[in-house]
Design a protein around this ligand. Sequence first.
Ligand code: ZN
Length: 86
Amino acid sequence: MFTHLPSRSVFIDSDRYVSDDSLGYWLAHELGHLAANSASESDANKAARDYRKRLRLKDAHKRDSHRSNTDRALGQNLSGHTTSIG
Ligand SMILES: [Zn+2]
């Protein structure tokens, strides 16, 4: 895993990507590095907390959205996704 690549690209090692939940967890961590503009793991974890909070809110919304046809269609549009941070 990396953070301060010149490209600002975010990579998650495939051995850490065991489920969508873990992808979100590590993405939040890496975004934490970017948000804090720091290579420090503790800074990243501090900033990651906010992202994980947002991720949980979004997941809760996703579950709710299966109740209506409109939202179900929206979900299909998003089904080719690679991440769920947003
Ligand atoms: Zn880190």
